[in-house]
Design a protein around this ligand. Structure first.
Ligand code: C5P
Length: 406
């Protein structure tokens, strides 16, 4: 694999020497791209000797080979370790005033960063906002760890250990490569619901939601690749998104919450695992007008009466077959501790084995390619946290399912 290791100006740069050695030892071709500042901590001869490749910091050297973009274009993986607050800010802003900046903009490979800085800098809202931006673009973050920092301080901000960074980065590439060889869902029948239900008001209008179905499709595809026999109950998923489910997954299309209930309940009667990733309307219009509602008939105010839909996943969990695992999703607009507390209460209320919770908002969660989730288990503990592409999140959810069934 062609790996670019960006090194920025932090004392932890000396630890990155071990990271490069490990990658070389595992047979990868490694190109180190330090920033000018990084060279104050570990010099160019060290990087060249360890990586066995030339090392430059400038976009003006080796111009004939278009090195400022070629490294990024050729990379299968880019790791930035240590990643200083300054470099993370530059990445978030898309700045490209050195070779590392141009390389990062030119690459489509997975990018893994290992932040390292003082606790105050890590906790600063500017850094946290930059991290949010980077995560939302699919950048993978390892650490920082909690521990002794330069100058005798201690706290979160310490760069993760090189082996931890290498393990995480190689796992990211393995997940992005698609089908896993491990068939840990072989022999299991799995039902996944996905998309968003639409509750008709009249022949032409409905109450709906913004769920694209991407996360559910990724869950179904990942389960099939891990050996499961998969039924996807799909509510209003775009053909292009649904295409991502691949061969071998049985797709049942539904429209409303009641239709979804019928389809999921039937499929669940012979399933080992049910994952309700669909956004199901909690309420539906009490009556569906036979003809189109008109302004002439309604006047300047229209009142809709809604009735509650059955909670499909709660009913499944209440009547679950022996050995069946039931997983629910929760999209919440709260954040932090409040999000976790709400999630724990929701898991209890629905009595599901796992609750996968993600923060959503006008610009987060729905419709996007990436996701960030926390998985709560029966004990109310955080069983897993995952961020990245919806496929990566799907793999993490299945890992958690496999772990609870063990
Ligand atoms: O209560 P809330 O709608 O936040 O719960 C979300 C979870 O419950 C999701 O897994 C969703 O698929 C499921 N759900 C359901 N039936 C409903 C509403 C939500 O199964 N009527």
């Amino acid at each position: 694999m062609f790996v670019v290791v960006g090194v920025t100006g932090g004392i932890a740069a000396y630890k990155t020497v071990h990271l490069v050695r490990r990658l070389i030892g595992e047979g990868h071709e490694v190109h180190v791209v330090p920033t000018e500042d990084a060279l104050r901590f570990v010099g160019q001869p060290t990087w060249e000797a360890i990586s066995r490749n030339p090392v430059t910091t400038s976009v003006h050297e080796d111009v004939a080979t278009v090195r400022h973009v070629s490294l990024g274009q050729r990379a299968d993986l880019v790791i930035v370790a240590p990643a200083t607050a300054n470099t993370l800010a530059k990445m978030a802003a898309g700045l490209a005033d050195d070779l590392l900046g141009t390389t990062l903009l030119a690459t489509t490979a997975p990018v893994v960063v290992a932040p390292a800085m003082h606790t105050e800098m890590w906790r600063h809202s500017a850094t946290q906002e930059n991290m949010r931006v980077l995560r939302s673009r699919g950048v993978h973050v390892v650490g920082p760890a909690d521990g002794p920092l330069a100058g005798g301080d201690s706290g979160p901000g310490r760069m993760s250990e090189p082996d931890e960074i290498a393990d995480a980065a190689l796992a990211v590439v393995a997940a992005a490569a698609g089908p896993r060889r491990v068939q840990d869902l072989a022999g299991l029948r799995v039902v996944v619901s996905a998309g968003g239900t639409r509750e008709p008001l009249d022949p032409v209008r409905f109450l709906g939601n913004r769920s694209s179905g991407r996360q559910g499709v990724a869950l179904a595809a990942a389960a099939a690749d891990r050996g499961a026999e998969v039924t996807l109950v799909a509510a209003h998923i775009d053909g292009e998104v649904l295409g991502g489910v691949g061969d071998g997954v049985k797709v049942v299309s539904v429209g409303t919450a009641l239709e979804m209930q019928d389809a999921v309940t039937e499929a669940a009667s012979a399933a080992d695992v049910v994952v309700m990733a669909a956004a199901v309307a909690d309420y539906r219009p009490a009556e569906v007008a036979k003809a189109k509602l008109t302004k002439e008939a309604q006047g300047d105010r229209l009142t809709l009466e809604l009735v509650e839909n059955p909670d499909i996943v709660a009913a499944l969990a209440a009547g679950r077959l022996s050995g069946q695992t039931v997983v629910a999703f929760a999209a919440e607009t709260s954040s932090g501790d409040e999000l976790l507390e709400r999630a724990k209460r929701k898991r209890e209320r629905k009595d599901v084995d796992l609750l996968v919770v993600n923060e959503v908002g006008w610009a987060r969660g729905f419709e996007s390619a990436d996701n960030e989730v926390v998985v709560i288990d029966r004990s109310g503990e955080v069983a897993a946290e995952a961020s990245g592409s919806k496929r990566e999140v799907a793999e993490a959810v299945w890992d958690a399912v496999v772990a609870t069934r063990r």
